[in-house]
Structure formats: C-alpha cells, structure tokens
Write a protein that binds this ligand. Structure first.
Ligand code: HEC
Length: 200
C-alpha cells in the first residue's frame, strides 16, 4: 500500500479513537450526575458479587484431584527412534503416558479438574507407557485413530495447546508421526484399511 494511504488510515483511526473517547466520557459523566444513588447501589452490589466469586474460588481449591505418575516399566514402555520419541513426548506424553509433566497451575482449581480428567481419560484411551501390553488388535485400531486425530488436528487437544505452544505439531512433525504410526501398523500386519477390516 502506498504511504499516503497509510497516513490516511492513521488519521481516520485517530478520529475514531477521539469519537469513542468522547462518547465514553459523556456516558460516564451523565450517569454519575444523573443518579449518584443508583451508582452507589450498583457498586455495593458489584462488591457483593465479587466477594461471592472470590469465596467460591477459595473454597473450590480444597477439592483437588490426586495427580500420580505410575512407575514406568522400561520393558513395556514404547521405545522408538529418538526423533519420534521427542515429538511424542512434547505433544502427547502429558496425557498419554505415565510421564506427565505438571505445570505450575496443576493445583489451581478448576483448571486442575480439567487436567486430571484429560490425563485419566487420555491414559485409558492410549498409554505409551504400557505399549507392549496393549492387545495387537486394539493397538492397530488406536494407531489408525491416532493417524486420523493428528491429521484432523484433533490431537493434541486444543485447550492444552493454549498453554503448550511448543506442542503444536508442524507439518514435518505430523509427517514424522504418520510415518511412525504407519510403520507400527505394518509391523502388526495391518494395512491402511485395518479399521474397515476389523469393522470398527
Ligand atoms: C491434553 C491432553 C491430551 C494430549 C496432549 C493428547 N491427547 Fe489424545 N486424548 C486425550 C483424551 C482426554 C482422550 C480421550 C478421548 C477424548 O476426550 O477425546 C484422547 C484420545 C486419544 C485417542 C483415542 C481416540 C479415540 O477416539 O479412540 C488417540 C488415538 C489419541 N488421543 C492420540 C493422541 C496423539 C497422537 C497425541 C499427540 C500428538 C495426543 N493424543 C495428545 C487427551 C490428550
């Protein structure tokens, strides 16, 4: 865009800001003068609401989930190429292994409740720390699902990514995971259509 256009836009933006400020201050002064009493009552009410919210926030801190990392048995835990392990550990292991790394807000309810739910359900759905013990048929199905989940950006979970920017998978990491899932499927004697074959 030429410089002149930028200058024009800047002047317009300044004017808009001026208008917003002017109307806001008019609104506030009008309200202050017109109804001092109403405003006082409103402030009192807001204070009550605030105390109530703070009270609830304090009380819920006493309801804390029990975070535990079960011991990892190296014989059954997944062990693959360091490159693959690094992607899995950064993007999946907090919910799908016994090697969860807990952030500083681990004990801040209600975030802790959501975290605990993710970890419990995540480990149940797919546990890389229990890899060797997973039934071959179940594993094939999980691997196919994992491929879908990663391709459709359904995993890692979006809520998690908000606080774990480094877990966002770039194209190369997605490819690494896909190749890993495919190689595991092949090792188990599966084909890309295993899901259909098993009628799952
Ligand atoms: C924030 C926690 C979290 C992270 C990180 C995460 N998952 Fe999940 N995952 C879950 C939860 C919880 C479930 C259980 C089902 C659900 O809630 O969607 C699940 C389910 C799954 C399933 C089973 C889905 C099904 O429908 O059967 C697969 C496969 C999976 N995740 C793969 C992955 C992979 C691969 C990664 C890393 C790239 C990953 N997940 C990262 C929490 C997570």
């Amino acid at each position: 865009m030429p410089l002149e256009k930028w200058k024009g836009l800047l002047i317009l933006a300044k004017f808009d800001l001026f208008l917003i400020k002017a109307s806001l201050s008019r609104f506030v002064t009008l309200n202050l003068y017109a109804s001092g009493k109403t405003l006082n009552r409103w402030v009192k009410k807001m204070k009550l609401v605030m105390y109530f919210v703070i009270g609830i926030a304090i009380v819920i801190q006493f309801i804390q989930p029990d975070f535990k990392n079960p011991a990892v048995d190296e014989k059954v835990a997944l062990n693959s190429d360091p490159h693959v392990m690094s992607v899995l550990k950064t993007s999946c292991y907090d919910c799908h292994s016994s090697e969860t790394k807990y952030p500083w807000y681990q004990n801040v309810a209600p975030v802790s409740w959501v975290m605990s739910d993710h970890i419990v359900r995540g480990r149940k759905a797919l546990d890389f720390s229990n890899w060797a013990n997973i039934d071959a048929k179940v594993k094939l199905e999980r691997l196919e699902r994992a491929k879908q989940m990663v391709n459709n950006e359904m995993m890692p979970k979006h809520e998690y990514l908000l606080m774990h920017k480094n877990a966002v998978l770039n194209a190369k990491e997605k490819q690494t995971l896909e190749q890993f899932f495919d190689s595991q499927i092949k090792e188990l004697g599966g084909t890309p259509n295993t899901l259909k074959a098993f009628n799952i």
